[in-house]
Design a protein around this ligand. Structure first.
Ligand code: GDP
Ligand code: MG
Length: 179
């Protein structure tokens, strides 16, 4: 049972964290998922720590409480509190910047240190609308995911590709693991 999980009757709240290098699109994935919005220019820093989005699974209301780093990742200051109680994680890189893919192992180390080993984790290659300037192939993403035992998906917060599916798959896996 996760620390952040609350069960009130048939309701569930699952904490899901977004991690990955600066500017890979974490905040835009969240605003696309929670509000169906995209910010082309802004750093998309949203003044709150998390946003909640509901879905129904097997007739039950399941809430994803998705945490965004609010820019802390730039200063390597994502703290243990951020990970505490997380049941799911989206570990995001930018398919047009190889370095953000190479840093995934660092993020996974941190997640496993602070979040524990049972966090449902999806590797997310974002900005798949920019496939003409990609530096990371789909195969490379799949291979890393397989070797690290992660779910994998390429997304575009800009084009709304796979964003809902990525979050919903993580939530569903958490739910299934509990029932
Ligand atoms: P964060 O630092 O990881 O939270 O990244 P942001 O969400 O602030 O996005 C960084 C930049 O990438 C912004 O200029 C966004 O407009 C842009 N961006 C985010 N997602 C996408 C995407 O799917 N496609 C494209 N083309 N740009 C994106
Ligand atoms: Mg951000």
């Amino acid at each position: 049972m996760g620390y952040q999980e609350e069960e009130a009757g048939e309701d569930y709240i699952f904490k899901v964290v977004l991690i990955g290098d600066s500017a890979v699109g974490k905040s835009n994935l969240l605003t696309r998922y929670a509000r169906n919005e995209f910010n082309q220019n802004s750093k998309a820093t949203i003044g709150v720590e998390f946003q909640t989005q509901s879905m129904r699974i097997n007739g039950k209301e399941v809430k994803a409480q998705v945490w965004d780093t609010a820019g802390q990742e730039r200063f390597r200051a994502v703290t243990s509190a951020y990970y505490r109680g997380a049941l799911g994680a989206l570990v995001v890189y930018d398919i047009t910047r190889k370095q953000t893919f190479e840093n995934i192992s660092k993020w996974l180390d941190e997640l496993r240190t602070y979040g524990g080993s049972s966090v449902v984790t999806m590797l997310v290659g974002n900005k798949c609308d920019l496939t003409n300037i990609r530096e990371v192939s789909v195969e490379e993403g799949k291979e890393l995911a397989e070797s690290e035992n992660l779910f994998f998906m390429e997304t575009s917060a800009l084009a709304s590709t796979n964003v809902k599916t990525a979050f919903q798959n993580v939530v569903r896996e958490i739910f299934d693991a509990k029932s």
